[in-house]
Design a protein around this ligand. Structure first.
Ligand SMILES: Nc1ccn([C@H]2C[C@H](O)[C@@H](COP(=O)(O)O)O2)c(=O)n1
Ligand SMILES: [Zn+2]
Length: 194
């Protein structure tokens, strides 16, 4: 077999260079796509953190001495369509009805309207279908029922509890395929100059 001619050697070298240049371009393109994906993810996380910070501010209006919960609902255009916090129904006097939990026959849980329920009731739009719910504490089973029936798209939350109401809520949300996601907040993001 005759040795490769100068032309064949040159062609072979060029094709190797071309292939390595294409590989380098491909790696560079993948890196740029990855950087863009990471940037979009970071921007989305910051959006969720902004709305959860608003939910936290909303929760400060609650008179519950033990647990203040806030809820913000936004539509598909990220416009706030409703807010709510946990409190007694309109006209149910905080001075008459008790906020403590000692007496099973006269317990705040018999009276309080949850933040999510208030946000659902307070909505300033025809429907909550496909809206996103931001709540400072994971929805209980009763709120999960209302959120499912309202056909919201997803729930983002800050805190969770290992209690029956929350376990039942997850069971229903999972079965109804209503997704939920816990959001980590950067430290010190609740410092409000009031
Ligand atoms: N997702 C939730 C869970 C609870 N709440 C309200 C109901 C009570 O006012 C308070 C919990 O009281 P605790 O048992 O911690 O003394 O939080 C709500 O609005 N939404
Ligand atoms: Zn609830």
């Amino acid at each position: 077999m005759s040795p490769p001619t100068h032309t064949e050697e040159t062609y072979s070298t060029n094709s190797v260079n071309l292939e390595s240049q294409l590989n380098a371009l491909n790696i560079n393109l993948n890196l740029k796509n990855l950087q863009e994906t990471v940037k979009l993810k970071e921007e989305e996380l910051q959006k969720h953190q902004r709305f959860l910070r608003m939910a936290k501010v909303t929760s400060l209006r609650s008179k519950d001495p033990n647990t203040q919960v806030g809820c913000v609902i936004v539509d598909k255009d990220n416009c706030i369509v409703s807010v709510g916090y946990n409190g007694f129904p309109i006209g149910v006097d905080d001075d008459v009805f008790r906020w403590d939990k000692e007496d099973p026959e006269d317990n705040k849980h018999l009276y309080v309207v949850h933040a999510e329920m208030n946000a659902i009731i307070n909505k300033r739009c025809a429907t909550l279908h496909d809206c996103i719910v931001y709540v400072t504490l994971f929805p209980c089973n009763k709120c999960a029922q209302m959120l499912i029936q309202s056909r919201v798209k997803k729930v983002y939350y800050l805190e969770d509890r290992d209690e029956l109401a929350f376990r039942a809520s997850k069971k229903m949300l999972d079965h109804a395929k209503l997704p939920y996601e816990q959001v980590e907040m950067p430290r010190g993001k609740y410092v409000f100059e009031c």
